[in-house]
Design a protein around this ligand. Structure first.
Ligand code: PEP
Ligand code: MG
Length: 324
């Protein structure tokens, strides 16, 4: 399938109306990195660091993590990599950590909640990232931030860790960007000050959608019940885009939906300019974006909303069919 899109691999995802959308890939293991050049991704928009913790049977040591993150940055060869700090809990339980018996693990002690309550592991991971990046840019984002103060607390931990590393004589990264994943509806309604303070945001659509519709992403009976192109969900994403535009906050979307061409097209139409997806999706998404006029898609979406439809998908699909 990659071959089919080889002719556009090194071309930008510039739409027929002249807007360019950055296309990045999701990764989590060293084995994913060779896809960076072959897919034409501009970088790694989401590096799920917990995968490397999940595939072993004991907690990795700091030195091992430094070596691992160095290899990731080396393999990226100067293209940006967004490292997401450990997103454990819920569906991702470390085999060497005491399992929590929680009635609702998806709503439980997970991700940044663990990181802030037990900062030892997070500090170790941040140190490893700082040491691996030495002299190069470092981009880190925190998963599952539900309120402003959690981001501030995590950021303070990062800043303290940077200062401590400097005191120890370790060379620091060239630049450090600290972002948050927007995966809970509450963060979308955070005060504007949050949008000003955060270096960038990435919408974790898999979780955001599950919490928006209160429909478990792991539950086959309900997980496909609500369309991503549902007018309510799309309006919510659009309001996040508007807030970010006001504060000049870089915004990206890194859930699985970013890799579905029709979804990606609608996200671009409502203003998203950066999408991160599995590598095999980059070709199909780019191909559709390059053929499309976002102004026309916006009109189709507006009409569908005006008519009171539940999802804009049928209208967008019809428009696409008419495009040939
Ligand atoms: C998401 O929630 O959309 C996301 C990208 O993170 P994960 O799928 O790892 O929870
Ligand atoms: Mg998530």
């Amino acid at each position: 399938a990659q071959e089919r899109y080889a002719s556009i691999r090194d071309k930008p995802a510039t739409t027929a109306c002249g807007n360019t959308v950055g296309l990045f890939m999701n990764a989590g293991l060293m084995a994913d990195l060779p896809s960076l050049p072959s897919s034409g991704a501009e970088g790694v928009g989401l590096f799920r660091t917990e995968l490397q913790f999940l595939v072993r049977n004991q907690m990795p040591r700091r030195g091992e993590l430094v070596a691992l993150y160095k290899r990731v940055l080396d393999a990226a060869g100067g293209k940006p990599v967004v490292f997401r700090t450990l997103d454990i809990g819920s569906d991702k339980v470390l085999p060497y950590m005491k399992p929590n018996d929680e009635p609702n693990p998806a709503l439980g002690w997970r991700a940044i909640r663990v990181g802030l309550d037990k900062p030892g592991i997070m500090r170790m991971q941040l140190q490893a990232l700082i040491r691996a990046a030495e002299g190069r840019p470092l981009t880190v984002m925190f998963p599952f931030v539900a309120q402003f103060e959690e981001y501030r607390e995590a950021r303070r931990l990062m800043e303290k860790t940077l200062q401590a590393e400097e005191r120890l004589g370790h060379p620091l990264p060239e630049t450090v960007k600290i972002g948050a994943m927007l995966e809970t509806p509450s963060l979308g309604f955070a005060p504007m000050k949050f949008f000003e303070e955060v270096d960038f945001l990435s919408i974790g659509g898999n979780d955001l959608k599950q919490f928006f519709f209160a429909a478990d992403r792991e539950n086959e009976r309900v997980r496909r019940r609500y369309d991503t192109l549902n007018v309510s969900f799309l309006s919510f994403i659009e309001s996040i885009v508007e807030r970010c535009d006001k504060t000049g906050t870089p915004l990206s979307f890194c859930g699985e939906d970013a890799g579905r061409p029709v979804e990606a097209l609608c996200f671009a139409a409502i203003g998203l300019r950066s999408l991160s997806m599995r590598p095999a999706s980059i070709g199909p998404v780019k191909s559709l974006l390059r053929r499309s006029d976002l102004g026309e898609v916006r009109k189709v979406i507006a009409d569908a909303r005006h008519r009171g439809g539940m999802s804009v998908r049928p209208a967008v699909m019809e428009w696409l069919r008419n495009q040939g």
